[in-house]
Design a protein. Structure first.
Length: 135
């Protein structure tokens, strides 16, 4: 299955007092990668809300930290679709230093497609569902 690759540079503000990336920041990098993944597929989340009334919300995250990233590292975050439902996605996201194989952080993120007004499960558009199904 194909995966999307998103580059991230580590800034001083991303690090903790020990000089390594603060653990919660990996979730931010993963969020950015998911947003850019959808964007490259032709789907903007603000347009999905205004035109279709649909938003995506994180339902659950299981994350493992394998090794630290540090100030000024160049990382890549990969996003791979693992499972597709009519109103849900399960994604594998991995963080590595650019050009290296060793894993720094990995996580499985489950996303729910919701009615933006009621915050209840709602199917994503047929166009998006078909697009994701063809990956």
């Amino acid at each position: 299955m194909s995966h999307f690759v998103f580059p991230v540079r580590i800034y001083y503000e991303d690090t903790d007092s020990g000089g390594v990336v603060y653990y919660a920041n990996y979730l931010k990098y993963m969020e950015r990668a998911r947003t850019e993944w959808l964007r490259t597929l032709g789907f903007e989340q603000d347009q999905m809300l205004s035109e279709e009334g649909i938003i995506f919300a994180v339902r659950s995250v299981a994350i493992d930290y394998h090794a630290p990233a540090r100030f000024n590292d160049q990382l890549v975050v990969t996003t791979t679709l693992q499972q597709l439902g009519r109103a849900s996605l399960s994604l594998l996201q991995e963080v590595r230093r650019s050009g290296q194989e060793s894993l720094l952080c990995s996580g499985t993120v489950k996303i729910a497609s919701l009615d933006g007004a009621r915050f209840r499960p709602s199917p994503m558009s047929e166009l998006l569902y078909e697009c994701l199904g063809n990956l």
